[in-house]
Every structure is written in structure tokens, then in C-alpha cells.
Write a protein that binds this ligand. Sequence first.
Ligand code: 5RP
Length: 215
Amino acid sequence: MTEAKRLAAEKAMDYVEDGMIVGVGTGSTVAYFIDALGREPDRIKGAVSSSEQSTERLRKFGIEVLDLNATGPLSLYVDGADECDTAKRLIKGGGAALTREKIIAQASQRFVCIIDPSKQVDVLGRFPLPVEVIPMARSLVAREIVAATGGQPVWREGVVTDNGNWILDIQGLRITDPVAMETAINQMPGVVSVGLFARRAADIVIVGGETPRVF
Ligand code: 5RP
């Protein structure tokens, strides 16, 4: 699937305009996108990054990383996903960067999601749903998740997010109403964010392949 990721990322360059500030996600697919940006680093004004990992890669290419508070709304956000349904709703956070990714997606006019074909699903939930939690609330949130969703939260032990928090991955879900589940989990005290991108779904999805599929 590596080649499909690269092809999706390169296709996303069609949406990059000269002088833009580009929102940049996190992960192996986005790494290819950063590499593509890095081949013409002066074409864009800079980037807003969703993780320390992406920041490091952007800076290696001499691309300036800007603060979202200073840039204001962005025209374009490019990011990958762990799952994507036909309505462009996503599960994200496999790389633990979900909170900053969600912030940048919300601040952007257009969210272009780049995936390989294996990420496409009819119903979200096969990929364990990541939830970023404040450390002291881990057990509380886990109990609330079991009661509210019937899924099984598993602590991603040893992983600390860029915001200093922990991740629970909810297994065994079949998410037939992603907006309702996103809203319910968001409301639990101690939850920082949930990796369901349904209220703010992608605008455009690029599925990598010889001829990338765009929908
Ligand atoms: C990171 C993410 C990534 O977009 C997601 O995990 C996909 O990663 P990859 O492109 O490596 O398959 O949400 O938090």
C-alpha cells in the first residue's frame, strides 16, 4: 500500500496553490505529501503542522512552520486517515495526533484526505477508535465508554501525545451514527478529543492508485 499512499499524496499537490499556508496532517501518507511539498518549498508561504513529527519533516525541507493563532483560517488541510466511509467521515488518530489534526481540520476551508484503498469501509469501526484523554481520567473515561458504546477501550500504554495526554483505543465498534457517537464521547469529562471526524468530515478524498480516485 506504500505506493498507493505516495500516489494519493502526490495527487493532493493539485490542490496546493502558490503562496498558500497549508495545514499538514500526520502519518506515513502525509510524509509523502511533505516530501512533495519539499521538492518546491518556495511555492508555499508556510505550513501549520499537526504534530512534532510532521514539524520536523517540514523543517528539514526548509518549510516554515507557523502558529495557527497567527495565521487565522486556512484554505487547505491535507491529512491521511485510518478509515473512511462513503460519506467522507473518518477515523483518525492511529498516530496519536488526533487533537491537533481536528483543530486544523476545523480551521480549514477545504480538507483533502489522502488514503490508500485499504482504508475504505462501508461502516466505520473496524479500526479501533482512538480517544485522547487527560491521564487522571483514563479509568473513568474507559468505564463511561463501555457503558455508552458497548465497545472495549484499550489503553495504548507507553504512548504520550504531543499534548502530554494518553490514548484509549475503542475496539469492537460498529459506528452506524458517527455524529451521535462523536458527540457522546466528546461530552465525557476527561476526554480531550475523539478520532471520529464526522461533524467535520473530509471535503475531498483521494484514494491512491495508478489513476487516483477522487470523490
Ligand atoms: C495520525 C492519523 C493518520 O492520518 C492516520 O493514522 C493514517 O496514517 P498513515 O497515513 O500512516 O496510514 O490520524 O494521528
